[in-house]
Design a protein around this ligand. Structure first.
Ligand code: AMP
Length: 520
């Protein structure tokens, strides 16, 4: 199938051709004609499938008619992370270069006034992370009544990051008569229920089995003592023919430590995690994309959707806590038909996590040995080693495959030193936010079965923060409203003033004038 047969306009086809795309990917082939018909889409597709263009290209054509009014965007794209939002904005610029569409990007960590100016100009396309969008909305800087197209991207990631209540609030303010395009890499029941509520008679488009690892990725896993992991990583980096690589850590503090260690050993390494300022994150990412940084040590903030052209390697310095994160991490390589490599360094107590990943991807990750590093076995749940370690490897000619002994591995023991995502219920900071009170009532969920606790998450009460939480500093960064006197004439302020005045009770609409008079 060709792009020409999808029904896109000549200027969009021209931009696509100049980008160098000759044939549409499967998701583009399936989703673009449906979008152009104005129908809702429920897309189950991972990043790397060409998903972004599958909604950006038709949106450009649909929005080419008409103009946006000040502070009233005509379309809205919600992304879970700032990086993804910025990436979608880049796509709009590339594919929309022959159209005069105004775009506004609302992400945290960037100054409000610039974003307010972009809204003031009138945005045909608004790309936002949920937190920052609500901040603007609550300041009265934006009206969403004119949104005709809504895109919710990476819905399962939004769920993981705790953004669904924000997304529900946002969707409640949108006109019910709109086109909604809803994408998720996986479709767990919670996401499906959300899609049922947001979408109207959608066309379902699925392009790959949920949570499957790309066939273009050559995977390997080495079980090594925790204290040997850094040395093992250096050995692997030296041994492999690396163009560029991401090294994922589970903890933010390890990102900085590992980057420092790699630099000390002469590697060209940068760091990316959610505690960094947004400009620093963007700068690091840009340097990595341009090849100025060869090895990017990162937390899971970089796991989803980041599109680095032809990335050759992914290393998991830790086994990710969630099996889905493994798929997303290694999915940064092996993109656009190229072969990629992923290596995971597991410590003896990470057997349970590896087992969960292998169950999800439906295959065993081939075991490899790292030259010069002792290969050990996973611990049994009572802390004893199962099977025999192989001692310091005698191999000096590169990683060697070995057969695995993991198949009957029991779940791992809790590790007191690890910070990780708490159970979903444990979100004290969300209750603490005053704006939560204003959340519109949820639809009844009587049909929802009681949530079963996930067995692998239960035994970790001591862990504090899951890595994705990093992506939310923008809400804390909001300047206090009192410091914005120029906004005092805005409707929100009026509302608050009204709410502060107690109304006389018990008289219905017929309040005598003397009672309505304010008293000191
Ligand atoms: P995405 O899934 O949107 O993150 O896209 C993954 C990668 O595929 C990006 O680098 C896109 O530029 C690229 N891509 C998207 N559509 C096509 C296409 N039709 N042909 C070749 N590459 C594409």
């Amino acid at each position: 199938m060709s792009f020409e047969s999808l029904g896109l306009s000549a200027p969009v086809l021209q931009a696509v051709a100049e980008k160098g795309y000759t044939t549409p990917t499967l998701i583009q082939e399936k989703a673009i004609p449906i979008c152009l018909m104005g129908r809702d889409v429920l897309g189950c597709a991972q990043t790397g499938t060409g998903k972004t263009a599958s909604f950006v290209l038709p949106m450009i054509d649909i929005l080419s008619e008409g103009r946006a009014k000040a502070r009233m965007p005509r379309s809205l794209i919600l992304e879970p992370t700032r990086e993804l939002a910025a990436q979608v904005a880049e796509n709009f610029e590339i594919y929309g270069k022959y159209h005069k569409l105004n775009m506004a990007l609302l992400i945290g960590g960037v100054s409000f006034p610039d974003q307010e100016r972009a809204l003031e100009r009138g945005a045909d396309v608004l790309i936002a992370t949920p937190g920052r969008l609500l901040d603007h909305f609550e300041r009265g800087g934006i009206l969403l009544n004119d949104v005709k197209i809504l895109v919710i991207d990476e819905a399962d990631r939004m769920l993981d990051m705790g953004f669904i209540p924000d997304v529900e609030r946002i969707v409640a303010t949108l006109p019910p008569l709109r086109q909604t395009l809803f994408f998720s890499a996986t479709m767990p029941p919670e996401i499906k229920r959300l899609a049922d509520r947001f979408l109207s008679n959608p066309k379902e488009v699925t392009v790959s089995a949920p949570a499957s690892a790309s066939k273009n990725i050559v995977q390997g896993l080495a079980v090594v003592p925790e204290e040997d992991k850094r040395e093992a990583l250096r050995a692997l980096i030296k041994e492999q023919d690396i163009k560029n690589a991401i090294v994922f850590c589970n903890r933010k503090k390890d990102v900085a430590i590992l980057q420092g260690s790699l630099k000390k050993h002469g590697f060209n390494a940068g760091a990316l995690h959610g505690d960094m300022s947004q400009p620093a994150r963007m700068e690091t990412l840009e340097k990595f994309k341009q090849g100025e940084i060869q090895i990017l040590v990162a937390s899971d903030v970089a796991a989803r959707g980041l599109d680095i052209v032809a990335m050759s390697h992914v290393f998991n310095f830790d086994v990710p806590f969630s099996p889905e994160d493994y798929v997303h991490r290694i999915g940064r390589t092996g993109r656009a038909g190229l072969t990629g490599h992923s290596f995971t360094l597991a410590s003896p107590d990470e057997g349970g996590l590896v087992e969960a990943i292998e169950k999800l991807i439906g295959t065993e990750i081939p075991r490899v040995e790292v030259p010069g590093i002792q290969t050990v076995a996973f611990e049994a749940s009572d802390g004893r080693r199962r099977g025999r370690g192989r001692g310091r490897s005698s191999s000096s000619s590169g990683t060697r495959s070995r057969s695995s002994s993991s198949s009957s591995r029991p779940p791992r023991e809790p590790r007191p030193d690890v910070e990780v995502r708490p159970e979903r219920e444990a979100r004290p900071e969300r209750e603490a936010r005053p704006e939560r009170e204003a959340r519109p009532p949820r639809e009844p969920r009587a049909e929802r079965p009681p949530r079963q606790p996930r067995p692998e998450r239960e035994p970790r009460p001591e862990r504090e923060v899951r890595p994705e939480r990093e992506a939310r500093p923008e809400r804390e960064a909001r300047p206090p409203r009192e410091r914005r006197p120029e906004r005092s004439d805005r409707p929100r302020q009026d509302r608050r003033d009204r709410d502060d005045t107690p109304a006389p009770m018990g008289l219905g609409d017929h309040v005598p004038a003397f009672l309505a008079r304010p008293t000191r």
